[in-house]
Write a protein that binds this ligand. Structure first.
Ligand code: MN
Length: 253
């Protein structure tokens, strides 16, 4: 099995090294990832600048390319230009921090996997729900188990698997939960500061606030210690609204 691994934390991020270590025994790995942190860039792509790719070779067979672009750029460039053979799977992560609820919309980690599905390749995004003291071993073990399963029993074309792992030792995980994206929003705070020349600038921060029924959601699963598995589809159509829109009975007269 040939697997392309990528992320949004950048090619030097410990989570990508952990993902490589977890998957190298079950597949031939190609690493193509942004050369710097690209968290929260969503599905941005680079059209107005050149995209440079620099070969990277590290210990334990960690080899590939550092890309001067976004996560989506990295996957596109890997599949369409850099790699000489097709890959069977795209895995993005392991992200430092959860990608659950509305975070999915902003996530570069998820977008790398979305790009994989757009290109017709089964894909998975995996994130560890912490910003401190990450249990990479736990997330790596989850990644290995789910990659095997995804390869055996792929999801429908165009659907990616978004995985969030609670930050705790493997034997303290509560289990696996199949979930939906929690209805939620970010409550932003803008820290107003001044630079040394007195020019005002702002620094965005915020927290994720659930806004709907928590039952069956990714956020609830994490809260209860379950690994959350959410199938994500890049078709953004809200199907239940189609009939409502047709009932507008628009015409040209
Ligand atoms: Mn990130």
């Amino acid at each position: 099995m040939r697997i392309l691994i990528s992320n949004d934390d950048g090619i030097h991020a410990p989570g990508l090294v952990a993902l490589h270590a977890a998957l190298r025994e079950i597949g031939d790995l190609e690493v193509v990832a942004p050369d710097s942190e690209q968290s929260a860039v969503g599905h941005a792509i680079t059209l107005s600048d050149p995209i440079r790719a620099r070969p990277v070779c590290r210990e334990n067979g960690f080899r590939g390319y550092a890309v001067g672009g976004t996560p989506a750029d990295s996957v596109k460039l890997a599949v369409c230009a850099l790699l000489t053979e097709p890959v069977d799977l795209v895995v993005s992560g392991i992200n430092l921090g959860p990608n659950a609820g509305i975070s999915v919309i902003y996530s570069g980690t998820v977008s790398a996997a979305t790009e994989g599905t757009i290109l017709g390749i089964p894909s998975m995004a995996i994130s560890l729900a912490t910003y401190t003291d990450p249990c990479w071993d736990t997330a790596g073990r989850v990644a290995r188990l789910l990659v095997r399963r995804l390869a055996e029993r792929p999801l429908p074309r165009g659907v990616l698997l978004n995985v969030n792992v609670p930050n705790r030792p493997w034997d303290r995980l509560a289990g696996f939960a199949v979930t939906r994206m929690a209805e939620s929003r970010f409550v932003e705070t803008f820290d107003r500061r001044a630079d040394p020349r007195g020019n005002v600038y702002y620094w965005m921060d915020g927290y994720l606030q659930p806004t709907g029924d928590a039952e069956g959601t990714d956020l609830a699963a994490l809260e209860n210690g379950f690994v959350s598995l959410t199938p994500i589809h890049f078709d953004l159509t809200h199907v239940p609204s189609l009939d409502r829109l047709r009932a507008w009975n628009l015409s040209m007269v």
